[in-house]
Design a protein around this ligand. Structure first.
Ligand SMILES: [Zn+2]
Length: 156
């Protein structure tokens, strides 16, 4: 059984590209030629440095799951891209970088976390979800601290 990989919504990505403002907050977004290979939070592919324009904006990483916000900076491709398919498993382009998996219960209660540095994400995800109290996982960059995507249980 595959868990769901949940990237930011297409509505959010399109709204930022169109308005150059952060959703909800309205802070100005910033567009520039990418200088390092950060993941786009919409397609979950790496933004190519010196080739692709990236938009940096403020995003509440608990959008859609909690009422309590926790905004932080994230990147998307400045040009239109396809949202990552929720059923495609862990994004292969992101396997090579260190990620922190945070396991939450509803109400934003942090229950456990794992630091993955060797690309073995699936066993770590399975271990965290083996605790029935865990409702979803937040995946963040370990080195930069920024939100990357969410993992949700499939119905079981
Ligand atoms: Zn993208």
């Amino acid at each position: 059984m595959q868990n769901k990989i949940v990237a930011i919504s297409t509505e959010v990505a399109d709204a930022v590209r169109e308005t150059m403002r952060a959703p909800v907050y309205g802070f100005p977004a910033h567009k520039e030629l990418a200088t390092d290979a950060a993941p786009c939070r919409h397609c979950l592919r790496l933004i190519t440095p010196q080739v692709d324009d990236a938009i940096l904006f403020t995003y509440d990483r608990f959008t859609g799951v909690e009422e309590l916000p926790q905004p932080g900076p994230i990147y998307v491709h400045a040009k239109e891209c396809s949202r990552y398919d929720e059923h495609d498993g862990f994004p292969e382009e992101l396997r090579g970088s260190a990620r922190t998996l945070e396991a939450y219960a509803r109400g934003r209660r942090l229950i456990a976390q794992e630091y993955v540095v060797d690309g073995a994400f699936e066993p770590a995800i399975a271990r965290l979800f083996s605790n029935r109290a865990v409702d979803y996982l937040q995946v963040n960059s370990t080195t930069a601290g920024c939100f990357t995507f969410r993992v949700e249980r499939t119905c079981d």
